[in-house]
Design a protein around this ligand. Structure first.
Ligand code: NDP
Length: 309
């Protein structure tokens, strides 16, 4: 096989691009298969104020453009295609897009995860205009405002509690009367005087033209509709990790769809490493993903050195 790469990185969010930066500077000539929409989740956000080094904040797409420029500066090859299949059953590892197959000694998986949405038109139209799926990222913008959190799991409870630092009122809106959240997380939310619950309802619309002004819900038992006035709408109905292409790859994937690392960033397949939200449903931050990209690159470099010796 003539052209076997040292490292192929799948994904171009903060995890993938940081892995590329470190691999490129270690002269491993990495290839990033960036997807058709490079940059990951941050390209869908507006203001990012929690990425170190930007005291005035930075727009998500601009931050990703800068990361991309930085990896290219060190000679990373960036391929704007989607990976459609992988073959990790033998070495070199094979990674196929629609048009070509790459062979590589090591692979870093950094395909990320996407927040789940209800699928309402206005939910998408008002993204960054009051609609968010990350309280840690955007809560700060809702100081003195009223917000709604959709969901009944641990994320909804955690996000709601966090949002009470800023918002005057947080309403948790849930489709059932029972909660999936752990008892302790639920109790913490129930004991918080700033949090109110509306349960057994279906969200039918996000109200607002230029900014979120409210949420319309329908009570499941009576069919009655109610408008909840708010300026913030936080979806906390889970995330979907981008792991469908790895289903039959031999990688360990848990029942929530996340890749399970074996130790550090190593997976159950030697030479395959993982970084960022595709395995991490706990922290889900650009900066933690970037940190993991760095770790995965260092682990891959060590692995390659061990193969050569
Ligand atoms: P979960 O899957 O646990 O909960 C999702 C919630 O969203 C459920 O209440 C579900 O309702 C609701 N939901 C899903 N789809 C829809 C829909 N279409 N319309 C309305 N409601 C919907 O996801 P989480 O993100 O909350 O948690 C993921 C994992 O991360 C869990 O294992 C959780 O324990 C963990 N976690 C742990 C934390 C901690 O320990 N600090 C913090 C955050 C998460 P229903 O209940 O009816 O299915």
């Amino acid at each position: 096989m003539s052209d076997v790469k040292n490292v192929v990185i799948i994904g171009s969010g903060p995890a993938g691009l940081t892995a590329a930066l470190y691999s490129a500077r270690a002269e491993l000539k990495p290839v990033v298969i960036a997807g058709l929409k490079p940059g990951g989740q941050l390209t869908e956000t507006t203001e990012v104020e929690n990425f170190p080094g930007f005291p005035e904040g930075i727009q998500g797409p601009e931050l990703m453009e800068k990361m991309l420029a930085q990896v290219k500066r060190f000679g990373t090859e960036v391929v704007s295609e989607n990976v459609v299949s992988v073959d990790f059953s033998k070495k070199p590892l094979a990674i196929a897009t629609d048009t070509q197959t790459f062979y590589s000694k090591a692979v870093i998986i950094a395909t990320g995860a996407d927040a789940n949405w209800l699928g309402l038109d206005n939910e998408q139209k008002l993204r960054g205009k009051g609609v968010s799926a990350c309280a840690t990222c955007d809560g700060f913008f809702f100081r003195g405002k009223e917000v709604v959190v959709i969901g009944g799991g641990d994320s909804a409870m955690e996000e709601a509690n966090f949002l009470t630092k800023f918002a005057t009122q947080v309403t948790i809106v849930h489709r059932r009367a029972e909660f999936k959240a752990s008892k302790i997380m639920l109790k913490r939310a129930q004991d918080n005087p700033k949090i109110k619950f509306i349960t057994d309802v279906t969200v039918v619309d996000v109200i607002g033209t230029d900014r979120v002004e409210g949420v319309k819900v329908k009570h499941n038992d009576t069919g009655a509709e109610e408008n909840i006035s708010c300026q913030g709408y936080f979806a906390a109905i889970g995330h979907t990790p981008a792991t469908s292409i790895f289903k039959n790859s031999g990688l360990e994937i848990n029942d929530m769809g996340y890749i399970v690392p074996k130790q550090f960033t190593e997976t159950s397949i030697p030479g395959v490493f993982v970084a960022g939200d595709v395995h991490d449903h706990r922290y889900r931050q650009a900066v933690t993903a970037a940190g993991e990209g760095c770790k995965a690159a260092l682990d891959a470099e060590k692995y390659l050195q061990a193969q050569e010796s």
